[in-house]
Design a protein around this ligand. Structure first.
Ligand SMILES: *[C@@H]1O[C@H](CO)[C@@H](O)[C@H](O)[C@H]1NC(C)=O
Ligand SMILES: *[C@@H]1O[C@H](CO)[C@@H](O)[C@H](O)[C@H]1NC(C)=O
Ligand SMILES: *[C@@H]1O[C@H](CO)[C@@H](O)[C@H](O)[C@H]1NC(C)=O
Length: 382
C-alpha cells in the first residue's frame, strides 16, 4: 500500500520528476549530437550506395587454428567488396560475432575486428543484432576430455574477488556491445533504441538527406529481431514504435522507407521458392538451398509495413543458403548474402548491395561476390 502524500511532498516529487525529465532530455541530445554529420545523397551523381554485411560470425572457435583463420578470410571478403563497390554506407546485418564461442568476458574485441575494414576506409555504418551476438558462452564438450580445459581468460581489470562474479561467461549484453561501438567510433550511426522496447535494443531510424541537404530522401529503419538471450521475435511494442515513428516523421508516406533486421519474418516463408528449386520470376536470386528459418511469431509489424506505400523493401540475413528477393504484397522481401567465413555453409561469400537515386527515386540491388563478379540485379522501386 502507498501512503497518501502531503501536498508539499507532492510538489517536491513533481519538481523532481521534472528535473529528471530535463536531465534525460539533455542526456538524449548529448548522446545523439555527437558531431555526426547527417547522411546525404552524393552530390553530382545523386546516388547513395549501401553494402550489407550479413552473418560474419567473428570469434568462432577461437581456440582452434581454423577459427581465427576464417575471421581473416572474412576481412578479405569485406575489403574486396568495399574496394570494388566503394559504398557510401555499410549495414552490419546481425550475427557479427558468434558469442556462444567467445570464452572471454568482453566480446567487443571481436565486434571491433568485424567493423575494422569499414572503419579503416572511413565509411560510416550502422548495425543491428542477430541471435548470436549476445549469446552465453557454451563450453565445448571436447574441452572435458583427457587434454583438459584450456585456462580461463579473465581480463585482469575485472578480477575483483570481492565481487560476486569476478569472471563470467554470460556474453556481452546487447546494450554493452552497442554502447562500446558508439563510444569508440565516430563513424558508427548505430543507436541503443528506446528503453521501452528492451530487450530488443537495435531499434532506431536514420535519415538520408537529398544531395542539396534540403529534404529527406530516404528513411532507414533498423529493428532488433531478437534471439540469443530472448525469443526470436519483433514485439508488438516494436511494431507500435515503428507505427508511431513513421506517422510522426513521414505522415503521408512521401519519403521512401527501407527496413533492416536479422531474422526473416514468417512472411518470408509465404513467398519463398521451394527449397532447392530454381528461383523463378518474379523472385530474383542465385541460391535457394534451405527453408526459411523465420521468427517465432508475427506480432503485427508486417501488416503495418505493407499498409505504408512508402515502405519499399525489408532486408534480412540469418539464412546463409538463401540470397533471393521476392515481392510480398506492396513491397519486397530480400535476403542479404552470407558475407563471413564464420557460420554454417560453404556457399561462396558475398554482399548484397543497395543503390538509391534521387530525382527520380529508384531503389536497385545486386550481389557482389568475393571473386569480383556480380549477379541478381533487381529493381525494387522505380
Ligand atoms: C570492453 O572493452 C572495450 C574496449 O575494448 C571497452 O570500451 C568496454 O567498456 C569493455 N566493456 C566491458 C563490459 O568491460
Ligand atoms: C505509440 O503511440 C501511442 C499513442 O500515442 C502510445 O500510447 C504508445 O505508448 C506509443 N507506443 C510506443 C511503443 O511508442
Ligand atoms: C565467381 O564466383 C561465382 C560463384 O559465386 C561463379 O559463378 C563465377 O564463375 C566466378 N567468377 C570468376 C571470374 O571466377
Amino acid at each position: 500500500m502507498r501512503k497518501p502524500k502531503s501536498p508539499q511532498m507532492r510538489n517536491i516529487s513533481v519538481l523532481l520528476s521534472l528535473l529528471f525529465l530535463l536531465l534525460n532530455l539533455s542526456l538524449l541530445s548529448a548522446s545523439s549530437c555527437k558531431d555526426k554529420s547527417p547522411l546525404r545523397m552524393v552530390s553530382g551523381s545523386g546516388c547513395f550506395k549501401i553494402a550489407l554485411f550479413a552473418d560474419l560470425h567473428y570469434g568462432e572457435n577461437a581456440w582452434t587454428d581454423w577459427g581465427p583463420a576464417q575471421d581473416v578470410n572474412s576481412d578479405v571478403v569485406m575489403s574486396t567488396v568495399l574496394d570494388s563497390e566503394k559504398p557510401d554506407f555499410v549495414v552490419y546485418l546481425g550475427d557479427v560475432i558468434t558469442a556462444n564461442n567467445i570464452a572471454i568476458q568482453n566480446a567487443t574485441l571481436y565486434w571491433d575486428k568485424a567493423i575494422s575494414p569499414t572503419r579503416k576506409r572511413r565509411i560510416p555504418w550502422a548495425s543491428v543484432f542477430g541471435n548470436h551476438d549476445d549469446m552465453y558462452f557454451e563450453w565445448p564438450s571436447e574441452w572435458f576430455s583427457a587434454t583438459g580445459i584450456p585456462q580461463v581468460n579473465c581480463p585482469l581489470s575485472s578480477i575483483s574477488y570481492s565481487g560476486s562474479e569476478p569472471c563470467t561467461f554470460r556474453g556481452t549484453t546487447r546494450v554493452e556491445l552497442m554502447k562500446t561501438e558508439i563510444a569508440n567510433n565516430n563513424l558508427a550511426y548505430s543507436l541503443n533504441g528506446p528503453r521501452e522496447l528492451w530487450p530488443g535494443v537495435s531499434n532506431y531510424v536514420l535519415q538520408l538527406l537529398s544531395s542539396d541537404g534540403t529534404k529527406p530522401a530516404l528513411l532507414m529503419y533498423f529493428l532488433d529481431s531478437g534471439g540469443g538471450t530472448y525469443p526470436e521475435i519483433i514485439s508488438y511494442a516494436q511494431a507500435q514504435w515503428f507505427e508511431n515513428q513513421s506517422q510522426l516523421i513521414n505522415p503521408n508516406s512521401k519519403i521512401p522507407e527501407v527496413i533492416f533486421w536479422h531474422i526473416p519474418s514468417t512472411a518470408y516463408s509465404q513467398v519463398a521458392p521451394k527449397p532447392n528449386s530454381v528461383i523463378a520470376k518474379p523472385c530474383v536470386g542465385s541460391i535457394n538451398k534451405e527453408s526459411v528459418a523465420s521468427q517465432e511469431a508475427e506480432w503485427g509489424i508486417m501488416d503495418i509495413l505493407t499498409a505504408r506505400p512508402s515502405v519499399k523493401a525489408v532486408f534480412v540475413g540469418h539464412n546463409h543458403g538463401l540470397d533471393w528477393c521476392c515481392p510480398y504484397r506492396s513491397l519486397w522481401l530480400c535476403f542479404a548474402r552470407h558475407t563471413g567465413y564464420g557460420g554454417y555453409g560453404s556457399w561462396p561469400r558475398g554482399a548484397r548491395i543497395i543503390e538509391v537515386t534521387e530525382n527520380p527515386f529508384t531503389l536497385k540491388s545486386w550481389i557482389r561476390m568475393e571473386n569480383g563478379s556480380t549477379h541478381s540485379d533487381v529493381t525494387l522501386s522505380s
